[in-house]
Design a protein around this ligand. Structure first.
Ligand code: HEC
Ligand code: HEC
Ligand code: HEC
Length: 364
């Protein structure tokens, strides 16, 4: 029952439903937003600003806050690119999000969001997408990146294929695995000294140390931008007290000290997730046939190599815009998300423990 209700509310709130809704909004006379009471199950202050952004703003301003979105081409003027908006003050932003911007598709959100939520989502935009625009040192990092790194690592840090001229491809900075593996120290060291037997050269002779730090901090703040501020340990924001680094990136604990219970998580999985992801985690649930893109296959080696506990938690919590993967933070609380993520991790992702050694004479 829980999941029937949950599913219905997701049908209404899931990101991909926003596009038709948006078209209605735009068609409405005077651009006045139509507020649907009860459209969003209010959960007090527990909704993370990253999720608010994802559900209410990214459809126009883009997943990366750069204005690159599916809605972009149909909007005049286009949605604002926050990554270059250095002149925008916090006050102006709060005022525009609250009251809208006349003559544009930017509607007033005060009917849908509470004042503290509006401030929280504005602060989220400022600390994630606008971080570089607001910090001259990171801006220098951006131009250093364009001059020295982009040719191999690509304009979005995804790694440009073919340009490295080596057997080892350039590192893709945008994967969850990179977010987990690449600490700031390791990156500074790799850029300073290079990586043996790869096209990644030592920059020690070409760039002074503060420039190496600036370009690394730019990569971390901008290109390795987490899908949500919930990703553990690797956030560019200083001063956070995350769980201790366990050394093995695949064994990282959940964010915020959460402990998942796989037995409870299994019940949630079988009633809420197996219909798409399949009881075996292979992405072949009964609903999968009707869905595009297809549900994730959790036993695929690429998935297993890159999704640890915090990455699964974030993926489940935030959902996927443009795919039928709901943002579960709307209907499950932090503990329930940790439980189901723990189940997915233990049952499908974590490699089975290596056998003590081949049993003598074993064969088939
Ligand atoms: C329907 C598409 C759409 C949605 C959804 C949307 N925006 Fe906008 N937004 C725009 C457009 C278009 C502009 C105007 C850009 C311009 O004036 O150049 C804009 C402008 C803004 C501005 C002011 C920028 C400036 O230069 O004046 C802020 C701040 C902003 N949006 C924040 C948000 C936030 C936060 C959300 C989510 C709560 C959001 N927007 C949702 C389309 C949208
Ligand atoms: C000629 C191509 C090339 C250029 C230019 C280049 N890189 Fe790389 N980079 C690579 C390749 C190839 C790897 C993969 C090496 C590996 O996996 O060990 C890599 C890996 C990295 C890594 C990850 C290393 C690790 O610890 O796993 C970082 C960080 C990095 N590059 C940063 C930069 C920065 C910053 C610049 C610009 C100052 C830059 N790179 C310029 C090709 C390049
Ligand atoms: C209605 C179908 C549906 C249901 C129900 C569903 N998912 Fe998904 N899920 C998807 C699809 C589709 C994708 C793939 C999106 C993509 O490829 O971009 C996905 C992707 C994921 C991913 C990977 C995200 C990524 O970034 O690649 C995880 C983890 C996940 N789902 C977990 C869950 C869990 C746990 C549940 C239950 C609480 C669940 N899903 C329920 C359809 C579903």
């Amino acid at each position: 029952m829980l999941f029937i209700t949950a599913w219905q509310s997701m049908q209404r709130i899931a990101g991909q439903r926003m596009l038709p809704l948006l078209v209605c909004l735009l068609a409405a006379t005077g651009g006045t937003p139509v507020a649907h009471a009860g459209e969003r199950p209010l959960k007090g202050g527990s909704i993370k600003p990253a999720v608010l952004y994802h559900n209410y703003c990214s459809v126009c301003h883009g997943d990366r806050g750069d204005g690159n979105s599916r809605a972009r081409n149909s909007l005049v003027p286009p949605p604002r690119d926050f990554t270059r908006a250095s002149e925008l003050t916090r006050e102006t932003m709060v005022a525009i999000v609250t009251g809208g911007k006349p003559g544009t598709a930017m509607t007033a959100w005060k009917t849908q969001l509470e004042a503290p939520e509006i401030e929280a989502v504005v602060d989220y935009v400022r600390t994630t997408f606008m971080q570089v625009a607001l910090d001259p040192r990171l801006q220098r990092g951006r131009s250093l990146y364009a001059q020295n790194c982009m040719v191999c690592h690509g304009d979005h840090g995804q790694g440009a294929s073919g340009s490295a001229g080596g057997l080892v491809p350039p590192r893709d900075f945008t994967t969850p695995q990179a977010r987990v593996e690449l600490t700031r120290e390791r990156m500074i060291s790799s850029v300073t000294h290079g990586r043996a037997n790869t096209a990644m050269a030592a920059f020690a002779a070409r760039l002074p140390a503060p420039d190496i730090e600036a370009v690394v901090d730019y990569v971390r703040a901008s290109l390795m931008l987490p899908a949500s501020d919930a990703i553990s340990g690797t956030s560019a924001h200083a001063g956070r007290s995350g769980p201790p680094d366990s050394g093995n990136p695949m064994e990282q604990p959940f964010q915020n000290g959460l402990q998942g219970n796989a037995t409870r998580g299994e019940r949630t999985y079988m009633s809420g997730c197996a219909t798409c992801h399949g009881p075996k985690g292979d992405g072949k649930g009964p609903r999968a046939y009707f869905i595009n893109p297809k549900p994730r296959n959790f036993i695929d080696p690429a998935f297993r190599a890159s999704f640890n506990r915090p990455a699964i938690y974030t993926a489940v919590s935030d959902g996927r815009l443009g795919a039928e993967m709901p943002a579960w933070s709307k209907v499950l609380d932090h503990q329930e998300i940790a439980d189901v993520s723990e189940f997915v991790f233990q049952r499908f992702v974590r490699q089975p423990p290596v056998a003590k050694g081949p049993a003598r004479g074993a064969g088939h």
